[in-house]
Design a protein around this ligand. Structure first.
Ligand SMILES: CC(C)(COP(=O)(O)OP(=O)(O)OC[C@H]1O[C@@H](n2cnc3c(N)ncnc32)[C@H](O)[C@@H]1OP(=O)(O)O)[C@@H](O)C(=O)NCCC(=O)NCCS
Length: 157
């Protein structure tokens, strides 16, 4: 298993994961946009096969988890949790105080994962997600990060 930054070479594999995961999947343009904007984006590969990915906009105040996905046949083996823990560590090192995310109200698996990782539901965004027909609400969830990692990492305090 190997982590790397997400690049355009991963695009076809990411789209496959996205299309098997979401009723209204992100497009190549959405992923290219994230890469162009320099969002913190990780790919987890097993012998050059993409197993999972995650994308987060990191900021010193509040980071925003934008997407995470694991290939269907590789789910339930701890990869989602492992990728997200890597993302959170990066946000902590960058001095982020908390992470927020949105999750479809029907997405019980992702909701359980986020709860396990210490997220709490803080609000609902009505009609946030598109569906092939209509729209779906999102829970907004938040997790407070540990303080002090940034100064240890960068300033040896
Ligand atoms: C959500 C997703 C990334 C989880 O990845 P995964 O590798 O299968 O998850 P893990 O094996 O790391 O599981 C970690 C935790 O998630 C929860 N979880 C995972 N699969 C679950 C399932 N089928 N039912 C309920 N909870 C589940 C559990 O809390 C689990 O902890 P446990 O193993 O101690 O019970 C994956 O299901 C996925 O890609 N889904 C489609 C994309 C998606 O929904 N992304 C989130 C958008 S907000």
């Amino acid at each position: 298993m190997k982590y790397s930054y997400l690049t355009l070479k991963h695009l076809d594999s990411i789209l496959e994961i996205e299309e098997e995961s979401n009723p209204f999947p992100w497009t190549a343009i959405n992923f290219r946009d994230c890469i162009d904007r320099g969002y913190y984006s990780l790919a987890l590969e097993d012998e050059n096969e993409l197993v999972g990915f995650a994308i987060m906009a990191i900021s010193s105040e509040e980071s925003h988890l934008l997407n995470v996905g694991v290939k269907k046949e590789k789910r339930g083996r701890g990869f989602g949790e492992q990728i997200l823990n890597k993302m959170f560590l990066a946000a902590e090192v960058m001095g982020s105080k908390k992470i927020i995310l949105e999750v479809r109200v029907s997405n019980n698996v992702a909701y359980s994962l986020y709860e396990k990782l210490g997220f709490e539901e803080i609000s609902i965004r009505r009609n946030y997600y598109r569906l092939p027909k209509g729209r779906e609400d999102a829970f907004v969830m938040s997790k407070t990060l540990k303080k002090g990692l940034k100064s240890k990492f960068f300033f040896n305090a």
